[in-house]
Ligand binder design. Structure first.
Ligand code: ADP
Ligand code: MG
Length: 257
């Protein structure tokens, strides 16, 4: 290990976890959707979350930036505890970018405007600077030539790459992905996964809900399997996919592989 690497790992060991969930419980009415969830994600770690439909995966990641509110337990992001304090919530939302299954682009704004809207209005960035930043990220997701078009003129895969670029324009430290490829035609899945791999290579902390096991094997440090609101098993991709311990995970794998 070089001196620089030693320094980096020493700094990382001292840093608070990027994301920490402690005994998190959530109900929708009487439906108990997160049950005593404990999860610690280190800075720079890539976690893939999988599990059957309805197991609480979306709810879990939506609780991290308060798109959903949990009722019990603690969630902190980069050492900041999520609470009713609006300043804390604001600070957390600045650090966390999110990409959804349904791209959620604004249809009446151009690709460039989609990317500059939040930096200009939320971050108070000068327009020229926001546009330069947006072009940088659109180049990184390899669609700078689409900047002047509207979302409806782009393919699903291109729209999802715009959604990723748009999230990156807020310069988050953590990216959350909720099944980003499951609404896409098969031929477009790869271009979005390639973009996510590129992002992983930059050292971004990521939580990705996905059933793309090739992607999980390629980039995940850890795979978390959820079922009925609980984390049932977690481990390195190889261990999870090749040596599942529970019947629930064995059944799930037999259905998706
Ligand atoms: P997953 O992402 O794993 O498919 P979700 O987190 O979306 O699961 O949902 C977990 C459970 O919570 C499901 O039973 C779902 O129907 C329910 N649920 C999700 N969102 C809501 C909501 N806003 N109101 C009521 N029930 C919800
Ligand atoms: Mg979901």
């Amino acid at each position: 290990m070089s001196a620089a690497e030693t320094l980096t790992s020493a700094v990382k060991a001292d840093a608070p976890p990027a994301i920490l969930l402690e005994r998190v419980n959530k109900w929708f009415g009487s439906l108990h959707v997160l049950r005593d969830v404990n999860l610690s994600v280190a800075q720079g770690e890539r976690v893939v979350v999988c599990g059957p439909s309805g197991s609480g995966k979306s709810t879990l990641i939506r609780c991290i930036n308060r798109l959903e509110e949990h009722q019990e337990g603690r969630i902190s992001v980069d050492g900041i505890e999520l609470s009713d304090d609006l300043k804390a919530l604001d600070a957390i939302r600045r650090e966390v970018g999110m990409v959804f299954q349904s791209f959620n682009l604004f249809p009446h704004l151009t690709i460039l405007e989609n990317c500059t809207l939040a930096p200009i209005w939320v971050r108070k960035m000068p327009k020229k600077e926001a546009e330069a930043l947006a072009m940088e990220y659109l180049t990184r997701v390899r669609i700078p030539e689409q900047a002047g078009k509207y979302p409806g003129q782009l393919s699903g895969g291109q729209q999802q790459r715009v959604a990723i670029a748009r999230a990156l324009c807020m310069q988050p430290k953590i990216m959350l992905f909720d099944e980003p490829t499951s609404a896409l035609d098969p031929e477009m899945i790869k271009e979005v996964l390639d973009t996510m791999v590129m992002l992983a290579d930059t050292g971004m902390t990521m939580i990705c809900v996905t059933h793309e096991m090739g992607f999980a094997r390629q980039v995940a440090d850890r795979v978390v399997f959820m079922d009925r609101g609980e984390i049932v098993e977690q481990g390195e991709p190889e261990a999870i996919f090749s040596n599942p311990q529970t019947d629930r995970l064995k059944l799930f794998l037999s259905q998706i592989l």
